[in-house]
Design a protein around this ligand. Structure first.
Ligand code: PEP
Ligand code: MG
Length: 761
């Protein structure tokens, strides 16, 4: 019994007929609830199912039964499941269909007596997706155990697409798209997210909503739709090519590689193949794009690998562009339609979409779902746009034209900020501008301490887009070039020539200034998604960095070859990370020398001079310093890792980040030990962990005897300002008096010292 006659909806047959009838229902001026009630009856009849139910996502990470044909109607608006709970909650959480011939034997099955569903054995449920979110679940059930065919699953998914519009725009009061917003209330909001690029921007919201609403789902003319699809695909490819060629970012830099990858997707045959297949199944070209895109988004939601999520964003970006081509709405947001100070807010965004915005008006960017190394973040950095990410659901809380503050430094956003917040930030922007001007004025001042000791401040870098920082900061050189970043943003291992070009560009930008290349430091949190790695219980302590390179030397050899070739006629400096025993450095050095010999034998040009160094990051080295330093040209302390391993405290763990102070006296003693060994062995020692860029910590470092440190570019000015005011000999004496103290930190003593000597830290 499906009761369709009671609801006044005559039975229909076949998916096409179903879709047509659904459209008729949706066009009626009935309330959203009435439409849903009619829809479930229609679907149940069409799919010859005893039950059809629609569950809608409601606040509190739950789904609620909104309409049913077949289950007890008294359960409507009563039955709720948490995400991940029961079969329906599982579909909502995973955003994937579930087809079962015996639902009750499934481990996730959760019995809800009020629904009366115990008599139904087979179960088919699909997510209702809208703009990349699961906004509901559509379910059919049958009494007898049966296996749903692929065609039936597909038909139900297409049906879910049609009803997505009703759910999203239906104003159910509790539906997520309505409930999650506080439009109209004009509340000030403050959120903390992920800092993607530096900088502060005050401006007005522009919602990045290039989404085209697909209202015609099916077509009787497959050839016509296939023709439209092909024309739109050709236009899309051409427009991407033109955009890349004309973009002022087109020349060099990894943003160029990023955009090249994007171009590759536009020409991807498997994507166009899927689209074509969807059109051949009877969908309009637009519905086919949305269908494939929905499937992709569902896969993206399940994807934990950040790199692959990023690839999906690129494809999502392309799909939205394709829809705009189909709809004939291809023009980029016109400059005059943007506010003077535009802050663009996007759920997610591909790199090319950001380039569509007029750069002279674009100040800030907020992206809900992204990561530090995302392609759009890299492009934002290259454009100098203040950007923050990681705010789930934020786009729903913002209206176009809302006043917004983006603080890229802290990762904060303020929406509709109060006047005192605006004024505080305006002050901050002015202060930063003044400070930057002061630091800029220090660029040419020689790096000599108050009593005349020379010091060297370098920057840490890893991307070509960072390189202008070398000039801007006035740093002496690049003390740490993290070569793995090129590998992390690529879609496969960079080839020899790509690596060589990358290193050459770095050396060219540095000119006479020294650059220390750190060999590939991958593993742990630095993931190369195209590199298969064994599952590890303790990846930070695992098969990573130099360990991996020595076991599988092909990669390291290629990298050394590229570095040797790129540095022809210059001074090449290479250092090796995560050495835990001096013999490992010896092996790396031998490998490097083999590559030098090989290049020479083949008549290739080689560097004029080579210096090989070691990173001191593993505490075991503290007890073999003389032996180690005997073999190296220089050493650099990787304090981020050294402190994590000394205190057995995960450097990325939010609960532990405040637990052990960098200014812990035992850590200070360890650093002092390294400096003394360097002096004893005549080996230059530097330090390139994050602490070098914090003025108070930097003060401690000179007190320990360091004269050469490397830091984030923005820290060079502030640290230099402190060093120019500091008497190095005096602070050395002071630090010596603190080293044997017990207790967790010498921070208060150093703060007091700075205050006493008029040093602003
Ligand atoms: C360090 O460990 O201090 C360091 C500079 O290297 P990374 O942060 O890249 O591990
Ligand atoms: Mg390290």
């Amino acid at each position: 019994m499906n009761g369709n006659t009671q609801s006044g909806v005559p039975p229909a047959a076949g998916p096409r007929m179903l879709l047509r009838r659904l459209r008729e229902i949706m066009a009626r001026p009935d309330s959203a609830q009435t439409r849903l009630d009619q829809i479930v009856v229609l679907i149940a009849a069409n799919m010859v199912a005893e039950v059809c139910s629609v569950y809608v996502a409601v606040p509190g990470d739950q789904v609620e039964l909104f309409a049913t044909e077949g289950l007890k109607r008294s359960a409507v608006h009563q039955t709720r499941l948490k995400l991940g709970e029961g079969l329906v909650g599982t579909i909502a959480a995973d955003a994937t269909p579930l087809a079962l011939s015996d639902a009750q034997s499934h481990p996730a099955f959760a019995f809800r007596p009020e629904t009366g569903e115990e008599t139904y054995h087979s179960f088919l449920g699909v997510p209702v997706l809208h703009s990349g979110r699961t906004i509901g679940v559509l379910v059919v059930q049958n009494v007898s155990p049966r296996t749903y065919t692929e065609d039936e699953i597909e038909a139900l998914q297409i049906t879910a697409m049609v009803i997505a519009e009703t759910l999203a725009t239906g104003n159910f009061g509790t539906a997520p798209t309505a409930a999650a917003t506080d439009h109209g209330q004009k509340l000030s909001l403050h959120r903390l997210g992920l800092s993607l690029t530096d900088g502060i921007a005050l401006g007005y919201a522009v919602l990045h909503e290039p989404r085209v609403v697909v209202d015609v789902i099916i077509s009787d003319d497959v050839e016509y739709e296939a023709g439209r699809l092909n024309t739109a695909l050709a236009e899309l490819r051409l427009s991407v090519d033109v955009m890349l060629a004309s973009s002022d970012l087109a020349l060099g830099g990894e943003h160029h590689d990023v955009l090249e990858a994007y171009r590759m997707f536009a020409h991807d045959q498997s994507w166009s193949g899927k689209l074509e297949e969807a059109v051949r199944s009877g969908l309009t070209a637009e519905a086919a794009v949305e269908r494939v895109q929905n499937e992709m988004r569902a896969r993206m939601l399940r994807q934990t690998n950040p790199y692959l999520r990023e690839r999906f964003h690129d494809l999502d970006d392309l799909a939205r562009r394709l829809l705009r081509h189909l709809a004939g709405k291809t023009t980029a947001p016109a400059a005059e339609d943007l506010p003077e100070d535009a802050i663009v807010i996007a759920r997610n965004m591909g790199p090319a979409e950001l380039l569509d915005y007029d750069r002279s008006r674009l100040r800030g960017l907020i992206i809900e779902d992204t990561s530090l190394t995302s392609h759009v973040a890299i492009v934002a950095r290259a454009l100098g746009v203040a950007a923050v990410g990681g705010f789930e659901g934020l786009a729903d809380r913002i209206e176009p034209g809302d006043a917004i503050i983006v603080d890229g430094e802290s990762g904060e956003v303020y929406i509709r900020p109060d006047l005192d917040v605006v004024s505080a930030f305006s002050d901050k922007v002015r202060f930063r501008a003044r400070q930057q001007a002061q630091y800029a004025a220090l660029r040419k001042v020689s790096s000599v301490s108050r009593e005349g000791t020379p010091f060297t401040l370098d920057i840490n870098s890893g991307l070509l887009v960072d390189l202008p920082n070398l000039d801007d900061s006035g740093a002496a050189g690049i003390g740490l070039f993290r070569t793995e970043l090129q590998f992390m943003i690529a879609s496969r291992f960079p080839r020899f020539e790509e690596q060589r070009r990358h290193y050459r560009a770095v050396l060219d930008a540095a000119g006479d200034r020294p650059v220390v290349f750190r060999s590939l430091d991958i593993g742990s949190d630095k993931v190369l998604p195209y590199l298969r790695r064994p599952q590890e219980d303790n990846p930070a302590l695992g098969w990573r960095a130099l360990r991996m390179a020595l076991d599988r030397p092909g990669l390291l050899k290629l990298q050394m070859r590229a570095l040797i070739s790129a540095s022809a006629g210059r001074h090449l400096r290479v250092m090796f990370p995560l050495v835990a025993d001096a013999y490992e450095f010896g092996e790396a050095k031998a490998l490097f020398e083999q590559e030098m010999a090989r290049t020479k034998t083949r008549g290739g040009p080689v560097p004029d001079k080579v210096s090989l160094g070691v990173m001191i990051e593993v505490p075991s080295l503290l007890w073999q310093l003389d032996h180690l330093l005997n073999d190296v040209d220089f050493a650099s302390v990787g304090s981020n890792d050294l402190i994590q391993f000394m205190f057995a405290s995960d450097r990325g763990h939010p609960r532990l980040s405040q637990r052990y102070d960098t200014l812990n006296p035992s850590f200070m003693r360890a650093l002092r030990k390294v400096v003394e060994a360097g002096e004893r062995m005549g080996v230059p020692i530097s330090l390139c962990g994050e602490m070098a860029g914090r003025p108070l910590e930097a003060l401690a470092l000179v007190g320990l005897g360091f004269r050469h440190i490397s830091m984030a570019p923005a820290s060079v000015g502030p640290v230099k300002a402190v060093f120019l005011e500091t008497d190095f000999q005096d602070i050395e004496l002071f630090m010596a008096s603190l080293l044997d103290r017990p207790g967790p930190t010498i921070r208060p003593q150093l703060v007091e010292y700075a205050a006493r000597h008029g040093i602003e830290v």
